[in-house]
Every structure is written in structure tokens, then in C-alpha cells.
Design a protein around this ligand. Structure first.
Ligand code: ZN
Length: 242
């Protein structure tokens, strides 16, 4: 699975498991709808307090199978040092042009973790330059219409919420594949912020909260910089709930 191919949806995360947390339910849903999906992790997560790089590759392979991804790939940018520089932009531009996604999913630009902030900026700049044909002219340009930003720690007012009520259970199974990272009472090493029960509960109550705000059971929130044009508002807004 460690190669890239053209896909409809390309989800990008700073660390292995970021995409599962922020948009795992959406990726499962899009796969069910018949779209090709891939995740690219920018770093190998080598600074993580628990587990090893090898362990995290094993865990992300299990999660990737559950999400039925068409590929999973790692850009091997140093963890804790996701620089917005020419080398990393060129890596990202090559990736976008090779995978030719219709939509990119990326971390929101304001966050507690600096890698998430810098990844968001690196992805956004590269997304733009991927459409500039005189940059790396040997590869044809490709710039998807929109980047959809998913939520990590810091919250935003969503541009829209994707209903993941039917995908919620499988999303949590995929998260549970990261045995060294998330809540796992059998893991012998020290607790971390993300390995606490409290953290996993927050993933659950956030899905419930944004689902509630959107009128569905569970939801994943997204933000876009521009406006969204809707052809037919009736099927979207005509539903009654009581
Ligand atoms: Zn992360």
C-alpha cells in the first residue's frame, strides 16, 4: 500500500492517525459512495511519547484496511519540524499532481500542535502552486477546486458538517488500531494527553455535538475559506426532524 495512485479524495495529516481523528468517518463514507481515497501522513510521528515508528506503521496499516483506503503513503518530513520550505513544497506539489485528487482534506490552520499549523500552511501553499505550470514544469499542473479543512484540537464554526452516523462505529475501530497512541488500558507505558480516556471521550462528544448542531446523530465538521454554491437547497434544507 506504500505508494500513491490517482484518487478522488486525498486526506493529509501531520502524523499517522491525524486523518483518522479529523476525517476518518468522512473517508469511510466517501469510499462507500464509490470514490477512491488515500491518506498521506507528512511525518512518521517519531517524536511520539509512546510506541515506535515501526509500531505506528503497523497500526496505520490496520487502520488503513478498516478505512478501505486505496493507498497510504508517508512523506517522511521530520516530526516536530514541518517547515514550509521549497523542498517540502516540491514534495507536496509532486504528490498533488501525481494523485490528482478532486478534493483535499487537510488540518485546520489554527491548532495546539505546531506541526498541524505548519502542515496546514504547507498544504495550502502547495495546493496553490500545484496549479502553476512553470513550477516543476515536467509534471502537468493540477489544483483541486477546494481544500476542506478538518478539526484537530481547536474548534471553528464549521462551513458544513458531514453526517457520519453510519460510519461512526468503524471510525472508532480504526482509531482503536492505534494501540500505542490512544486509550488502551493494557498499554504498560506512561499516559499521554491523547492516550487518556478523556481524550477519546472528546472525540465522541465532539462527533455528537456537531452531529447535534447539524440535525444528525454524529458529524464531522469542516471549514472552507470560500463560499459554497448550492444548486438545489430543497433536499438539503427541507428535512423535518419532528
Ligand atoms: Zn497530529
Amino acid at each position: 500500500m506504500n505508494d500513491t495512485n490517482p484518487v478522488d479524495i486525498l486526506a493529509l495529516g501531520a502524523h499517522p492517525d491525524d486523518a483518522e481523528l479529523g476525517c476518518g468517518g468522512t473517508l469511510i463514507k466517501l469510499k462507500k459512495l464509490g470514490y477512491k481515497t488515500g491518506i498521506v501522513d507528512l511525518t512518521e510521528g517519531e517524536l511520539g511519547s509512546r510506541g515506535t515508528v515501526e509500531k505506528r506503521y503497523e497500526e496505520s496499516a490496520v487502520a488503513s484496511k478498516l478505512l478501505q483506503l486505496d493507498f497510504r503513503y508517508n512523506l517522511k518530513i521530520p516530526d516536530g519540524n514541518v517547515e514550509v520550505n521549497e523542498q517540502n513544497k516540491n514534495k507536496m506539489i509532486r504528490l498533488i499532481r501525481k494523485t490528482k485528487p478532486k478534493i483535499i482534506l487537510a488540518p485546520f490552520h489554527e491548532d495546539r500542535h505546531p506541526d498541524h499549523i505548519h502542515s496546514s500552511q504547507l498544504i495550502t501553499e502547495s495546493w496553490f502552486y500545484a496549479g502553476v505550470k512553470k513550477i516543476l514544469p515536467e509534471i502537468p499542473p493540477h489544483r483541486p477546486f477546494r481544500i476542506l479543512y478538518y478539526m484537530a484540537k481547536y474548534e471553528f464554526i464549521p462551513s458544513f458538517v458531514i453526517d457520519i452516523s453510519d460510519e461512526y462505529e468503524l471510525k472508532f475501530k480504526a482509531l482503536a488500531a492505534y494501540k500505542s497512541q490512544f486509550y488502551n488500558p493494557e498499554w504498560p507505558q506512561e499516559q499521554t494527553f491523547i492516550s487518556s480516556r478523556w481524550f477519546m471521550d472528546s472525540v465522541d462528544f465532539r462527533a455528537r455535538h456537531f452531529g447535534w448542531m447539524a440535525g444528525v446523530k454524529y458529524g464531522e465538521p469542516f471549514w472552507i475559506r470560500e463560499c459554497m454554491a448550492i444548486e438545489d437547497p430543497v433536499p438539503i434544507f427541507s428535512r423535518t426532524i419532528m
